[in-house]
Write a protein that binds this ligand. Structure first.
Ligand code: UDP
Length: 330
């Protein structure tokens, strides 16, 4: 049985990955500092260690005493807006702590890592759909910190033979179809949870950030990808690393762009309730359109998104939030 270390395994995407890894028969150890994650989100089949990646020595000791065949690295800071106010925190969290992890991998002779990267590494796209070979010009410190860690991964591969797959997520959304785990991240900034919580009365109304974009209906267009599909790609990437030992970067999106209006309309159909909303000014830094070309992941990993229809994304998010009004309740 192969042994996998998951950083940030108590967070949104991490917790879904831990469940899938356990289902697939891996021995899973989760490291999370619980600053944003929830102990209750961690599948009972995994071992859980509350630890901060800034504790380089503890991390090294862990890798030396336990052998891990691979690492899934989800832990990190994710709020774009905050990154423009506190860049140092993003470099500590996403770059320095990441280097601590790579050093621990060197010490423990662990050779495989899958990294949660982001579409934000591209910045304002030069063409749509976005390909992995497109220019990398992040417009915020979040995207820059993720790109810097991708570059560090490439250097560690070259110098120390650590193989990696960096997965550039587009708009992760939805929840596990079981309804048992989902997104519980405060502050809530993403469209799908904000919208669902507006229906539930947790927020007064949804703000639609701008209706004057050069898109089909004036609202921003995004590529929404179900968390379960993202997790599938991680398991495929792990096999890819074990079998091929080849380091690659992949976009993960479903390739279809939906506007904010389309998301609202679909949600009204799925939830069978009106979404209370107001139109506000644009949010700073939002590109008009972000849609992935994920052909590379389809070809090299054999990945196919299966749950990324907008109805299923919103339906599973609704199932989770409407039965967990307090999230995990911690
Ligand atoms: N959005 C919105 N209201 C919200 C949150 C988001 O209109 O309360 C819009 C946002 O401008 C963007 C899209 O919904 O066009 C998706 O935003 P989100 O924050 O979910 O993800 P991002 O694309 O920023 O990673």
């Amino acid at each position: 049985m192969q042994s996998i270390l998951v950083t940030g395994g108590a967070g949104y995407i991490g917790s879904h990955a831990v469940k899938a890894l356990a289902d697939a028969g891996y021995k899973v150890t989760v490291v999370d500092n619980l600053s944003k994650g929830h102990a209750a989100a961690v599948d009972k089949r995994a071992s859980f260690l509350q630890m901060d990646l800034k504790d380089a020595q503890a991390l090294k000791d862990l890798f030396v005493h336990e052998h891990f065949d691979g690492v899934l690295h989800f832990a990190g800071a994710i709020e774009v807006g905050l990154s423009m106010k506190e860049p140092a925190m993003f470099f500590e969290s996403n770059v320095v702590n990441g280097v601590n992890l790579l050093e621990a991998m060197r010490a423990g002779n662990t050779k495989n890592i899958i990294f949660s990267s982001t579409a934000a590494v591209y910045g304002e796209p030069v063409s749509i759909p976005i390909k992995e070979t497109d220019p990398l010009k992040p417009t915020n410190f979040y995207g820059l910190s993720k790109l810097m860690f991708e570059q560090l991964l490439e250097k560690y591969r070259e110098l120390y033979g650590i193989n990696y797959v960096a997965l550039r997520y587009f708009n992760a959304s939805g929840a596990d179809p079981s309804g048992e785990i989902g997104q519980d991240y405060i502050p809530d900034t993403h469209l799908v949870p904000r919208l669902v919580k507006a229906v539930l009365g947790i927020y007064d109304k949804l703000s639609v950030f701008g209706t004057d974009y050069p898109t089909k209906d004036g609202t921003c267009v995004r590529d929404y990808i179900h968390v379960t599909d993202l997790v599938d790609a991680h398991l495929l990437a792990l096999n890819f690393l074990f079998e091929k030992g080849q380091s690659e970067v992949f976009n993960l999106g479903n390739g279809n762009g939906f506007s904010v209006w389309e998301v609202i309309q679909t949600a009204e159909k799925v939830i069978e309730k009106k979404i209370p909303y107001e139109i506000t000014l644009r949010r700073a830094g939002d590109p008009a359109v972000l849609v992935a070309d994920s052909q590379k992941a389809k070809t090299l990993l054999g990945w196919t998104p299966k749950h990324s229809g907008l109805e299923e994304i919103i339906g599973t998010a609704w199932k989770w939030h409407s039965t967990h009004l307090q999230g995990y309740g911690d």
